[in-house]
Design a protein. Sequence first.
Length: 441
Amino acid sequence: MDNIVAKRRLGEGRWDRALKRKMVELSVADNYDDAKHEWLATGNVWWSGNDVMPDWVRNSTMGVGKCLCGHIVVYHFEIQNTENGNIECVGSDHINSYLIMRAIAEDEGVSIDTITDEQIQEWINVRTKSMKAEAWWKSNGDAFTMMFDAVKELDLHFNVHKRDWYYDHEIQQNLRRRVLRKRGEGTYGSPNYKMASLVWRWNHPDNPKAQINTTGFPNDNLMKDLALFYIKREQYQNTLDRYNETRANRIEAIRIAQEERRREREERLRIQREREAERMRIYNLPENVEKRRIEAEEREERNRLFREKQEADRLAREIAKRQKQEEILTKDFGGDTFLQMCDYYGVPEFDESFANNDWERNFLADIKEQMMGSRELTRNQLRSLKKIFDEDLATDKQLKFLKDLGYAGKVSTKGLQGEITTTLTKRQASEIISQLLEERN
């Protein structure tokens, strides 16, 4: 459909002269130069193919299908005389710029001198858009709809770019992602021609410039591509059918394989359940219950005997260890090597009487055995010995021994709570005991 372009001014041709005459007859002024300023375009447009005829066309001087000049027209533009209220219609050849400029100036409150050709053309385009779309659909709508509906699914499959890879879970394969081609490539109709998507250009919801929303009808390029694609639809349909068949077969094969795996899994579970049921039946037979009871008693008896043996072995080890410690900590046990080591480290010749508890007894026995073997003591061992000899108070055994030896010194006092305490350290008590024994001998 051709674009309607406003005429800048009326000339001296037959139809222009006729229009000037008619406009003067219907105006207050008696000449065209003044009369033309009385008229403006209202913005109402009607196409003769439209079934509903407005009153301003039906009641016009020349009637439907004719311009005020008498020329036959298809597109009717309403004009109004603002001085006397007369309403007429003119065709697209006589909708001149001045009529439109006055309408724009009054609508937008601007000077006529500032109005551009672009604004005039935009005014025409806006008011004829729906009319042109309606005319196009009345003439071509059925054919377009039939062709578009026939190929739109094919278009979405073939008029695409193949981009990155993705995994299709339905068919369990890696496929190239299909993206609608938004711009054609190559020469139209040639074997290497890559068509832009018909759906994208016409009515895709993600396309802000979709022609259904802009012009309201497809442009010539879209119609050419649609016609070409429609002609080739059978070969495209055959290819798509093979693709869909292959896909459907794979989906079915996957379904069958999954169903087979499901049955195998259920069979394995059934067998497992039967085996477990049989095992539990045998397990709960009276003779087996009795057998397990006897085995449990025998096992408990073995465990009891084992625990008793472990306890007896532990006690035997403790007794042997205690006896060895007592032997080692005997006063005269150790020989010259022990005495030399005591002199070397500056510690008293100690025995069991120096121990206040089991830990000290074990420690002193280990140290004495180490000294008897001429093995060097560590700093930590020496610190522990010094604490026992020089910081810890004399043991009850040492105090009793001093008393038995007739020691005349004060070895104990009674505390505030009635307890018996001493001020002698183990080393001091040991030295006193050694001195008393020498004096006795």
